[in-house]
Design a protein around this ligand. Structure first.
Ligand code: ATP
Length: 244
């Protein structure tokens, strides 16, 4: 198991629209593992991820990714990112989209077939993206993030809108990536996905409530599942004198 840190976050603060959304987050995301960024809607997951991939202006602290400041040009081919809304061209086919992104990144065109197969979109290569279902479209965005075998893959709510079979296949894909040494950071508001992660970062109202393994979360709270453990931590936060 790797011990190195892939992403180092120190005192991260982000303000948007006159409000502070992240209130000073410290975290080290370990290399070669699946880290789940889990929290309710509006807790700041997307804001955190945007800061990590360098598309969010930060108001304090630092984010270092693979040894470089977040957003450094050198990271473009080392970090794969899929946001909540698939950033793909609706009027292009699946293959055209992916060939375009591969060309921009300087990847081998053979990459397209590889990533199409990884996300289970074989047979849809020539389908215009606008005519795909929402879940299929988001898998095109995921495929784009997998181009070029990035060392770090960052995915914002990739399993939303997927049926349980596809969801299971996606988590298997994350496992395969990690087995190859890739680091995966995946956000979700579904607490039942927590158990599938190697490490959990529980975010609430712009603060990190917990960062450790799923087993440690249950041990520390004495709860049987992540959902109850999360509620437990929120209640404890409200009454900080109660130790767990
Ligand atoms: N452009 C913006 N300007 C001001 N506030 C924003 C902006 N975008 C998001 N917010 C606010 O920032 C907070 C965090 O939003 P964020 O999208 O990071 O949460 P999230 O945990 O990813 O939520 P979800 O699971 O619903 O996507 C929310 O209160 C949201 O209303």
């Amino acid at each position: 198991m790797a011990n190195s840190v892939s992403v180092e976050v120190r005192g991260l603060r982000v303000g948007r629209g006159g409000r502070e959304l992240l209130h000073g987050i410290d975290a080290g995301i370990p290399e070669g593992r699946i880290t789940g960024l889990i929290g309710p809607s509006g807790s700041g997951k997307s804001t955190f991820i945007r800061a990590l991939v360098g598309v969010q202006r930060i108001s304090g602290g630092s984010v270092t990714v693979l040894g470089h400041p977040a957003g450094s040009p050198v990271l473009r081919t080392r970090v794969g990112y899929a946001g909540q809304t698939a950033a793909v061209y609706p009027d292009l086919s699946v293959a055209e989209n992916l060939r375009y992104f591969a060309a921009v990144r300087g990847d081998d065109p053979g990459e397209v077939a590889r990533v199409v197969s990884m996300v289970g979109l074989e047979g849809y290569e020539n389908r215009v993206t606008a005519l795909l279902s929402g879940g299929q479209r988001s898998r095109v965005g995921l495929a784009a993030a997998l181009l070029g075998r990035s060392r770090l893959i960052v995915l914002d709510e990739p399993t939303v809108g997927l049926d349980p079979v596809l969801r299971g296949e996606l988590w298997q894909l994350f496992r395969d990536l990690v087995a190859d040494g890739t680091t995966v950071l995946v956000s979700s508001h579904a607490m039942d996905e927590a158990a599938r992660c190697d490490e959990l970062m529980l975010l609430r109202a712009g603060r990190l409530l917990f960062h450790d393994t799923p087993a440690e979360l249950l041990r520390r709270t004495g709860e049987p599942d992540a959902e109850r453990a999360f509620v437990h931590l929120v209640a404890r936060e409200a009454t900080p004198e109660v130790a767990v």
